[in-house]
Write a protein that binds this ligand. Structure first.
Ligand code: IMP
Length: 427
């Protein structure tokens, strides 16, 4: 297999960092395709924990090429800090490529993210306040500044001036804030540009060349299916396309090049930020999951809301991304529950629905219909073969496969690279 897309199948935070790291060992090129530093990937390599936001997790292998694709929004300050953090910890970052067409997060995007959230009041999205939404807004409005613009002093000056007229009008006249100053931003961002210049390239071409010469390419998704701006729980979503199709757009590769789609999915469900969540547990069981699974956001530190596995969502993720394999994560976290529940449908008033509803009003009112399964008490963290799992844990995985019609090719039972049960080849 030459090209594999890896995506989040729920609301993000499924453990994509670990699976990317695991698959990256077999890949030559690892590509981030969408989102920005709203993502947070925790990877444990050789007992050491790394937290990454923008750079593909594959960077931990010195011989891999890592690419930040055109679909990513880049905060250059954060990127340079992350490069510094990795270098300091002895990781070589020389093989990082940055798409010249990726859009740049500017200081006014941070301000706008905060202002827009405040203006939403009770309807706030709970964004990461990293300027992600406003940057994608400018991209869609065709006034965004791309990495290639940043490298050209005249072009950058012209685009920055245009943007500042528009943004300062809003800041000063509507919000009564101070205007942002051209010179400060211009000089700072030209400085960033010089530090990044050698990494900037036509990344679509680089990826194509790798695939054509027999290289293995891993497209590393950020966020998750239900945060997709088209297919997620709109408006409680991010501003990009985390589903598998987003990889084609965000990296500049055609869909016929993709061989496999791996859906990363937790053995239960979590969500950060606002929005509906039918299987959410607001009781001691949810607290137990949160504590066992260390469910606190990598990016914002916010506690993650926890709930039972939702097979309706998982099946939906299989549909919209064409998932060929699941990587089921954190099965070990479910140790110690007498009974486990899997949501197999929703009750909406008198009606029973089995498919993810298009209407958010309906999703909001959806009450989970559960199937119950016996739990297990054994510690799973040192199991390495599927057949060595307790019977109840095996049955739980087999039932997920049945309900979603996709094989659980990888099962993770701890944060370490070696704590992975492999049931088939992906690369
Ligand atoms: P934004 O991407 O910062 O605009 O936030 C929009 C929504 O997506 C919020 O509910 C965030 O909490 C959520 N979100 C963004 N990135 C991630 C992620 O990597 N994991 C989980 N949730 C995320």
């Amino acid at each position: 297999m030459a090209a594999v897309v890896l995506i989040g199948s729920q609301w993000g935070d499924e453990g994509k960092g670990k699976v990317t790291d695991f698959l990256a060992e077999r890949a030559n090129v690892i590509v981030r395709c969408q989102g920005g530093n709203n993502a947070g990937h925790t990877v444990v390599a050789d007992g050491e924990e790394f937290k990454l936001h923008l750079i593909p997790s594959g960077i931990l292998y010195s011989d891999k090429t890592c690419v930040i694709g055109n679909g990513v929004v880049i905060d250059p300050k954060v990127l340079l800090e992350e490069l510094g953090y990795l270098e300091k910890r002895g990781i070589k970052t020389g093989k990082l490529l940055i798409s010249s067409n990726a859009h740049v997060i500017m200081p006014y995007h941070w301000v706008l993210d905060g202002l827009e959230e405040e203006a939403r009041g009770a309807n706030k999205i709970g964004t990461t306040k990293r300027g992600i939404g406003p940057c994608y807004m400018d991209k869609a409005s065709r006034i965004g500044i791309r990495i290639i613009d940043l490298l050209d002093k005249e072009e950058f000056a012209e685009k920055l001036r245009l943007n500042l007229v528009q943004k300062n009008n809003l800041f000063v006249k509507v919000y009564g804030l101070e205007a942002l100053k051209f010179e400060d931003i211009y000089e700072t961002y030209l400085g960033y540009a010089e530090q990044l210049r050698s990494m900037v390239t036509d990344s679509s071409l680089a990826i194509d060349q790798s695939i054509r010469s027999g290289g293995k390419v891993l497209f590393e998704g950020a966020q998750g299916t239900l945060l997709d701006i088209d297919h997620g729980t709109y408006p409680f979503v991010t501003s990009s396309n985390p589903i598998a199709g987003g990889a084609c757009i965000g990296a500049g590769v055609g869909p016929t090049r993709i061989d496999r789609v791996v859906g990363v999915i937790k053995a239960y469900t979590t969500r950060v930020g606002e929005g509906p969540f039918p299987t959410e547990l607001l009781d001691g069981t949810g607290d137990q999951m949160q504590a066992n699974g260390h469910e606190f956001g990598t990016t914002t530190g916010r506690p993650r809301r926890c709930g039972w596995f939702d097979a309706v969502i998982a099946r939906y993720a299989v549909r919209v991304s064409g998932i060929s394999d699941f990587a089921v994560m954190k099965l070990d976290v479910l140790t110690g529950f007498d009974t486990l529940k899997i949501c197999v449908g929703y009750r909406v008033g008198e009606e029973i629905i089995r498919e993810f509803p298009q209407s958010q009003k309906i999703f909001n009112k959806s009450q989970p219909i559960y199937e119950e399964m016996p739990g297990w008490q054994e510690d799973l963290t040192s199991v390495r073969r599927f057949e060595d799992l307790p019977e109840a844990a095996r049955n739980y995985i087999l039932r997920i496969e049945e309900l979603t019609d996709a094989p659980a090719t990888l099962v993770s039972i701890g944060p370490g690279r070696e704590q992975t049960i492999v049931r088939g080849e992906i690369f």
